[in-house]
Design a protein around this ligand. Sequence first.
Ligand SMILES: Cc1cc2nc3c(=O)[nH]c(=O)nc-3n(C[C@H](O)[C@H](O)[C@H](O)COP(=O)(O)O)c2cc1C
Length: 334
Amino acid sequence: MKLKNQINNVLNLSIPVIMAPMFLVSNVSMIKAAMHNGIAGVFPSLNFRKQGELERILQELNDTLLSIDKGNYGVNLIVQKSNALYKKHLEICIKYQVPFFVTSLGDPTETINQAHAYGGKVFCDVTTLKHAEICAKAGCDGFIAVGHGAGGHAGEHPLHVLIPALKKAFPQIPVIAAGGIATGSGILATQVMGADGVSIGTRFIASTECSVNEQYKQAITNAGMDDIVLTEKLSGTPCNVINTEDVKRLGYKQHWLQRWLSKYKRTKKWYKLFVQINGMKKLEKSVLPNYYNQMWSAGKSVHLIDEVASCDDIVEQLIKEYKTAYSTLDSWLE
Ligand SMILES: Cc1cc2nc3c(=O)[nH]c(=O)nc-3n(C[C@H](O)[C@H](O)[C@H](O)COP(=O)(O)O)c2cc1C
C-alpha cells in the first residue's frame, strides 16, 4: 500500500505509523520489527540507562537503517527538568545523529535546535493548545496529539476535538494522532479528522517481540475499555492503567498533602522526583518475568485487542483493515 503523505516523506516511511515510545516496554526487537515493516519505531531513552547501553543500541539501529529502504526509528526524550538523564541522553543522541525525536513534557527548544543542526526532526507530544504553542514557537516539525484514553500519560481531550483544534491553530504543522488507535479503521478515522499519521502504543504491548511478562500481555487481551482508569499516584501526572487489585490498593487521586508538596515552591522539585522514582520502581516490578506486581499501563484501545501477534502480523492487519474501511467509504454516498 502506498499513501501520498507528508509524514511518509519526512520520516521515510511506507505508511505513516509510529510504534509509540513506551517506558519499560519498548525494546530493540520491537523497534527493528517496526523499521522492517516500513513504519517508525520510537523508544524512550530512559529504557536504556545502563552505562554504554544507549550508545550500543543507537549504533545497531543506525546499521539497520542502512539495510532498509523504508522505515525509521526515533528516540523519546522527557525534556522536563525532573529527568536527570535528559542532558546526557540528548548529547548521546546528537552524537549518533538520531533521525528523529519525540519529546514529552517541558520545553523542547534545546532538543529542536540541536537536532535541526544536522537535519534531525523533532515531534512533540502535546495534549493542549497551550503546550502546542510552546512547541510551535520552538520550531517543532510536528505534533503528536495525545488524546483521551491513550496509554501512559493520556490527554484530557478527545482526538475528535484535539486534531482539528491543532490543525486550525497551526495549519502548517503536521499532526500525528495518538490514543485509542489499534485498528486500520482507527487510522483512517484520524486521517479524516485531519491527522497526517498515527502513533500506536498499547496494540504493540501484545506483540510477540515485546518482552514484558505474559500476565501483562494477557491482561491487555482480556481487558475492556471500562477496565482502564487514570491514576495520579504512579508519577504525579494522570496515567492510564489497567484497574488491577494492586492499582485499587494504590488509589487514583493524590491526597491534599501530596498535592501541596507537589505545588509548594520549596518542596515541589524534590517531591515530584520522589513520586516519579517510586512510581518507576512499581512499574519496573510489574513488567519483568517472575514479578507479580500488577501496575500495568495501557490505553482504552485494549478493548480492540484480542490476541498477541507478531509486529509483522499487526502491521499487516492494520493495512488490511485500513483498505477495507477505505473501500466502504464510497458506499456511504447516495
Ligand atoms: C506502557 C506505556 C508506557 C508509555 N511510556 C511513554 C513514555 O515513556 N514516553 C512517552 O512519551 N509516552 C509514553 N507512552 C504513551 C505512548 O507513547 C502513546 O502516546 C500512547 O501509547 C498512545 O495511545 P495508545 O496506547 O492508545 O495507542 C506510554 C504508553 C504506554 C501504554
